[in-house]
Write a protein that binds this ligand. Structure first.
Ligand code: NAD
Length: 480
């Protein structure tokens, strides 16, 4: 049993409520630990600690902040195995994937430590020789990071990195399914000597403690990764005080395969992007649009690739492709999407049921599902499944593919496979998505901006662009 505490003002503390809630291993349904069930008073204490710490942290030379951050990243790497084991036990992803997530989180902290040193202003010609216009960038103040359960460590790093590098202090609130690895991650900053109050973490229900963190006047910026529904709620709460927000929300990624595509690579990458982390990724493929000329061959290869994926408890078998889903609710939602498509005339070519065997009995396991002949008004063609099910539909022309791809409220990531340069240029110009991947599926890398269009979000994470989400711009006009 792992019993964790809140981290407020550099101290490990219980909630004033005195209550705790359990964390479950989705592979076995066993309780693996507990955390304090925080209440709004805990959120206020954490915000006040961050408010006290802010001026001192902001006043440090960026190189000194970078030193603290690099030291924290080193500790994250040193504890990689331990944090990854916790992550696998609470989230379900195989240990190999969990280790990669922790490694990537440390790399993000290193990247942003150095971006903090490179914050630059501007000198702007004013049109008169006696005056100078200068633009300076300053940290925005106390920030709040609210994270989901699918990538609890890396998505926290994507917020803590630019916030601390910019000179902001921060209060984190992880999802209630996966708070343990986030607390272990924050602990590394504490142990690296980051001054008390600069980084805090509180646990508890989003509707109570999350709401307080967003609404409290101490908070100057909110960074949320979560569902579009919660994103809209957070945006309207933050709007009451016109706080800055960045929102990384839901997606419904199309994967377009043209007649001239390298089929082997399209199938291998398509299978991985559809089902990795059990499809519980904002940029998971939900719909595959395949040109009719190669559809039959593609579908055969895709189904074979899907059936070859291994599934199991990723703690005992670190190299399996897939673990369990995070909870029963995910299985129910995925099965609803599958059943709705079947009711409308689609065919299920594989998966969509629990794997047989004793080891799967108590966990939230589901075999990855491939649907074909899916009517375009099916739920799976419109709503984020966030589970291991993908719909394959055929198209006849480039225009039809683009129209189908864009026919969604979401605009996070689109993928396409083709060798034709004119098709590529048209896709780049016409796809309404924040990220477009051609002949690859690497949607998020620390050097490049990642953000959603339409109802997939506001603002960006990663890259030097993310720094601006944590900085105020100030224009200084000096008259000689
Ligand atoms: P969720 O929206 O249910 O919860 C996200 C976080 O918000 C949790 O910490 C939750 O406690 C908190 N929260 C809930 N209600 C709140 C409120 N009223 N005020 C403040 N905080 C509140 O999402 P989830 O189920 O944890 O994660 C899955 C969702 O996240 C999917 O929709 C997925 O697409 C999205 N996601 C997006 C990205 C991206 O980069 N765009 C990445 C990963 C996940």
């Amino acid at each position: 049993m792992r019993d964790y505490r809140l981290i407020v003002n550099g101290e490990l503390v219980e909630s004033v409520s005195g209550n705790r809630f359990n964390v479950i291993n989705p592979a076995t349904s066993e309780v693996i630990g507990s955390v304090p069930d925080g209440v709004p008073e805990d959120a206020v204490s954490a915000l006040q600690a961050a408010e006290r710490a802010f001026p001192g942290w902001a006043a440090l030379p960026p190189t000194v902040r970078a030193d603290y951050m690099h030291k924290s990243a080193e500790l994250i790497r040193a504890r990689k195995r331990d944090i990854a084991v916790t992550l696998t036990m609470e989230q379900g992803k195989p240990l190999r994937d969990a280790e990669k997530e922790v490694q990537d989180a440390a790399a993000a902290i290193d990247f942003f430590a150095d971006e903090g040193i490179r914050i630059r202003g501007e000198v702007i010609p004013t049109g008169v020789t006696s005056a100078l216009s200068i633009v300076v960038k300053q940290p925005i103040g106390v920030c709040v990071a609210i994270t989901p359960w699918n990538y609890p460590v890396s998505l926290l790093a994507w917020k803590v990195g630019p916030a601390l590098a910019a000179g902001c202090s921060i209060v984190a609130k992880p999802a209630s399914e996966t708070p343990l690895s986030s607390i272990e991650f924050v602990r590394c900053f504490l142990d690296a000597g980051v001054p008390k109050g600069v980084i805090n973490i509180v646990t508890g229900s989003g509707g109570k403690i999350g709401r307080e963190l967003v609404q409290n006047p101490i908070t100057k910026k909110v960074a949320l990764t979560g569902s579009t529904l919660v994103g809209k709620c957070v945006a309207s709460l933050a709007g009451e005080h016109l706080k800055k927000v960045s929102l990384e929300l839901g997606g419904h990624s199309p994967f377009i395969v043209f007649g001239d595509a390298d089929l082997k690579s399209a199938v291998a990458e398509g299978v991985r992007r559809s089902f990795r982390n059990m499809g519980q990724i904002c940029n998971a493929v939900n719909r595959i649009l395949v040109h009719e000329s190669i559809a039959d061959e593609f579908i055969d290869m895709f189904v074979e690739g899907t059936k070859n994926m291994t599934i199991g408890n990723g703690l005992n078998n670190p190299d399996v492709d897939l673990g369990p889903m995070v909870n029963e609710e995910g299985i129910k939602r995925t099965m609803t999407h599958i059943q709705d498509a079947l009711d409308r005339g689609a065919r299920l070519l594989c998966g969509g049921r629990k794997p047989a065997g004793k080891e799967f009995e108590r966990g939230f396991f589901l075999k990855p599902a491939v649907l074909v002949d899916v009517p375009r008004d099916s739920i799976i063609m419109q709503e984020e499944t966030f589970g291991p099910a993908v719909a394959i539909v055929k198209f006849e022309s480039l225009d039809e593919a683009i129209h189908l791809a864009n026919a969604t409220q979401y605009g996070l990531v689109a993928y396409a496979y083709t060798q034709d340069i004119e098709t590529i240029i048209t896709l780049v110009n016409m796809l309404d998505f924040g990220t477009v991947c051609i002949n690859n599926t690497v949607a998020a890398s620390v050097q490049a901006p990642y953000g959603g269009w339409k109802e997939s979000g506001v603002g960006v994470e990663l890259s030097h662009h993310a720094m601006d989400e944590y900085l105020h711009i100030k224009h200084v006009r000096i008259q000689g």
